[in-house]
Design a protein around this ligand. Structure first.
Ligand code: BGC
Length: 252
């Protein structure tokens, strides 16, 4: 068990993104952040060593003991990074469990960012008590995915790399594509709709949860989208990655 809190146990969650590294102590029985999250800028270039130093600095500022769960925007298999779609290539084949444990002196675990956010949503947010196949899709720089079968995660699904419109779906429908091309919600929504149709056709989910920063503005684009599947916005927004990471911390 992690450190004790009034209602359960505590672990530190740290969400590593392309621009920011955010963390907080989390009550793993409720998914709530125990103190306000702290955000440091991701160092550039975001090499493993530089990011590990920033994580150690962040933990110093959080100043709480306990096991640590970290996320990365990459496939992470048994503590080893396998892909680098939107991060520095030097992450590939890095033993990140060893890297972060060495840099922080803590016991750590590392999982994919969308898997972490999905686990938090399924445990505490929009996917609570939903049976069957639930898919969380995070729209940000890329598109992340987390697949659940009766609440159990199938890790590293990488549905953002499904083929759509002549390339990776994320290069067509990610939130960053909307921003970079100044697409109106009306122009971007059909792209998301095409992508959701593709996911539906392949996996026949019972529920799709739309997450990522853009989920805060779900009312702008979800009403423009028609799908066979029920689609709902994520409820935990910015905190999902941190909370989900903490749930995966060793012994949390
Ligand atoms: C990566 C995924 C990640 C997603 C969201 C994709 O490009 O391949 O691992 O979950 O971006 O950050």
């Amino acid at each position: 068990m992690g450190e004790s809190t009034e209602s359960g146990s505590m672990a530190i969650g740290i969400d590593i993104g392309g621009t920011g590294i955010k963390g907080a102590p989390v009550d793993t029985s409720t998914g709530e952040l125990i103190t306000e999250r702290i955000r440091l800028l991701t160092p550039q270039p975001a090499t493993p060593a530089a990011v590990a130093d920033t994580v150690a600095e962040l933990l110093g500022q959080i100043a709480q003991p306990g096991p640590v769960g970290l996320t990365l925007p990459a496939v992470v298999q048994q503590g080893i990074v396998r892909t680098a779609a939107n991060i520095d290539e030097s992450w590939i084949d890095t033993d990140v469990r060893q890297l972060f444990a060495g840099a922080t002196g803590r016991s750590v675990s590392v999982i994919n960012d969308a898997d972490a956010a999905g686990v938090a949503e399924v445990r505490f947010g929009a996917g609570q008590d939903v049976a069957g196949v639930v898919i969380m899709l995070t729209f940000g720089t890329g598109i992340g995915s987390a697949l659940f079968v009766d609440g159990d995660l199938v890790p590293n699904t990488e549905l953002g790399h499904l083929h759509l419109h002549g390339g990776d779906a994320e290069a067509y429908a990610a939130a960053s594509v909307r921003e970079e091309n100044n697409l109106s919600w009306e122009k971007w929504a059909p792209r998301v709709e095409r992508y959701l149709h593709l996911v539906e056709r392949l996996l026949w989910p019972d529920l799709i949860i739309v997450g990522g920063g853009v989920s805060k503005r779900a009312e702008k684009f979800l009403p423009l989208i028609e799908t066979r599947t029920r689609v709902v916005p994520a409820q935990m927004h910015n905190d999902a990655g941190i909370a989900g990471a903490a749930l995966f911390a060793p012994e949390a």
